[in-house]
Ligand binder design. Structure first.
Ligand SMILES: Nc1nc(=O)c2c([nH]1)NC[C@@H]1CN(c3ccc(C(=O)N[C@@H](CCC(=O)O)C(=O)O)cc3)C=[N+]21
Length: 282
């Protein structure tokens, strides 16, 4: 019997917990989100984040800037938000227009307000097990495994993809949880063979339905980070769900798997940011 890992339900539980904690704080937490341009997927995600904020009781300020915004203008907005004492967390939705250097933008965000966990200081903190902000998708994956009572310590984990926002940080977090971790990428040889080793397979390659049953050991846990809209308009992941669910021990659906957990972890990071902010001010 394959277990369907219900990220939507687990995320709802976490948001419920955060709502209770936030309501006990004397000061309302505030997240500022900057969206540059009008990519339809980005608009959906930003909207989902805004709705989650409203639900848990975080004040959300969404700043929508035109596609023509210059890097200098964007940096000026970030600097203003860095200085504002009523703003606890700052998120600049990615991807940014090609004319803007995302790395420069990420580095401009105060590490104390970097609720995405993308600033080099927070990336370094993750690899050294220091206090920082964990990136939301990787943190959401670990939380999904823990709340599904899936043991990580000692397990063979294979991560497909080496991006800065998912592959590399989720590998770090799995390592921190005492897994044996292999990271695979576009130049990995014998990919199906290596994936077959995995007790836990994390797929973050950005290719619709690319991973089928040849990559999966019977009974393995499969976590699908991808999100795509196919030619028929259906939302799908990087995993061919219908093919893999027959063989996996547990699997996340898309939608309703990792995506909602990313947002729940963002809400958690906002609470943490607000608490640390209050502590610094006291
Ligand atoms: N600075 C920054 N931080 C991010 O965290 C960030 C980003 N940029 N850029 C894009 C990716 C992607 N991402 C998602 C968030 C929610 C869903 C989500 O809510 N997914 C729903 C369905 C969404 C739908 O209806 O399309 C689900 O999987 O069930 C998906 C993807 C955050 N990202």
């Amino acid at each position: 019997m394959t277990v369907l890992i219900n990220g939507k339900a687990i995320a709802a539980t976490i948001k419920e917990e955060l709502k209770a904690q936030l309501s006990a704080r004397p000061r309302v937490a505030t997240l500022a989100v900057i969206l540059v341009g009008n990519d339809p997927a980005s608009s959906i995600y930003v909207n989902n984040k805004h709705r989650a904020c409203e639900y848990v009781g975080i004040r959300s300020l969404v700043m929508t800037l035109p596609d023509s915004t210059s890097q200098a203008e964007l940096l000026k907005h970030i600097e203003t938000l860095n200085q504002r004492d009523d703003v606890d967390g700052i998120l600049v939705q990615l991807p940014l227009p090609a004319a803007i250097d995302s790395q420069a933008v990420i580095q401009a965000i105060s590490p104390d307000k970097d609720v995405d966990g993308f600033h080099p200081q927070n990336v370094g903190a993750l690899s050294m097990n220091h206090t920082g902000f964990l990136p939301c998708t990787p943190a959401g994956i670990i939380e999904l495994l823990k709340r599904s009572h899936i043991e990580i310590a000692g397990k063979e984990c294979v991560v497909l993809g080496r991006s800065n926002i998912v592959g590399k940080p989720v590998a770090q977090l799995l390592l921190r949880e005492n897994a044996t971790v292999t990271i695979c990428h576009s130049q990995t040889k014998n990919l199906p063979h290596i994936c077959q080793r995995a007790d836990i397979l994390i797929v973050a390659i950005g290719k619709p339905r690319a991973i089928d049953s040849r990559y999966v050991k019977p009974g393995a846990v499969v976590i699908d980070v991808g999100i795509h809209r196919d030619s028929a308009g259906l939302i799908c992941g990087d995993v061919d769900f219908n093919a893999v669910q027959a063989i996996a021990g547990a699997i996340t659906p898309v939608p309703g798997g990792v995506g909602p957990m990313t947002i729940a972890m963002l809400m958690q990071n906002c609470l943490i940011a607000a608490d640390r902010h209050a502590l610094r001010a006291s």
